[in-house]
Ligand binder design. Structure first.
Ligand SMILES: [Zn+2]
Ligand SMILES: [Zn+2]
Length: 280
């Protein structure tokens, strides 16, 4: 795309995400990805809990991008943010949501995409002994997937990270147990130690690029995207509106143009199961 070709974008991350993001931006948009050594994204919060995340994921992302752009004196910034926990509507399932944001300061544009997946290896538990440690190692496929050890799940004194071999991990386990009397293990959710998350980062980046490629039919500004999901999909039995999404409203970031489009899955009615009249 002409608006981006030949430009540089700074990745506000120290966690190796460039491995999947850089080739995609280069190939699809002609943007060259750069890193900034001074960037410390951990101060925006860490997965292992030393620093709590205080801002919403979206605001954290914006702050990260702006910080990276300032440090690198670059007019394009990109960052991703992952959240892990209980699935918002599928009971009993865990979920991983990854959000990606690209800010173009020069053209005053923002592009955002999200991925919500249930395939996550987010897990943690207390390990009573070395035998339990080895079981956890097998289960999460360490060292391909990183493991973080702590003296306890929350309010811990110390977190042991970056073990690369089973020997190193065993040593950390023994140190932690001797010092604190207990060991809690969890999967490392930082991108470079988590191949499952890395795959999702690639996916969300592909989604972002697809969104950037959709241009406004009136002024050709990239990122003609959904700004509102309008509920009211009619029930297939009684035709009354349900809470399910009926159509999506797309809008341009530059001009006033907006369009309502039907659902991408072409569904025009909802199962009576979700109807508050048929199934109150
Ligand atoms: Zn427009
Ligand atoms: Zn109904």
């Amino acid at each position: 795309m002409q608006l981006f070709t030949g430009r540089k974008v700074v990745l506000a991350s120290m966690h190796g995400k460039e491995a999947v993001i850089a080739p995609l931006l280069k190939k699809e948009l002609g943007i060259q990805l750069i890193l900034n050594e001074q960037m410390n994204t951990d101060r925006f919060g860490t997965f292992s809990g030393e620093i709590d995340r205080t801002l919403s994921p979206m605001e954290t992302l914006r702050q990260k991008c702006l910080e990276g752009m300032k440090l690198a004196k670059c007019e394009l910034g990109i960052a991703t943010e992952g959240s892990f926990g209980a699935h918002p509507f599928l009971l009993g399932l865990s979920a991983h949501e990854e959000i990606i944001l690209l800010i173009d300061q020069k053209n005053e544009l923002e592009f955002m995409a999200k991925c919500l997946v249930t395939e996550t290896n987010f897990q943690g538990r207390e390990l009573p002994d070395l035998h339990a440690l080895m079981a956890f190692v097998d289960e999460v496929q360490f060292p391909n997937q990183g493991i973080i050890l702590k003296d306890q799940s929350a309010n811990f004194y110390q977190a042991y990270k970056d073990a690369r071999t089973v020997d190193e991990l065993r040593h950390q386990f023994e140190t932690c147990q001797q010092t604190y009397g207990s060991v809690y293990a969890e999967t490392d959710m930082r991108a470079m130690r988590n191949p499952t998350r890395m795959k999702v980062i690639q996916e969300v980046c592909e989604k972002l690029i697809e969104k950037m490629k959709v241009t406004c039919p009136t002024c050709q500004t990239p990122g003609f995207d959904v700004v509102e999901q309008v509920p009211g999909l009619p029930c297939s039995l009684c035709c009354m509106p349900t809470d399910s999404i009926r159509l999506e409203r797309f809008a341009c970031q530059k001009c006033q143009h907006s369009e309502e489009k039907p659902r991408k899955d072409h569904r025009t009615c909802e199962d009576p199961m979700f109807c508050s009249f048929c199934n109150p």
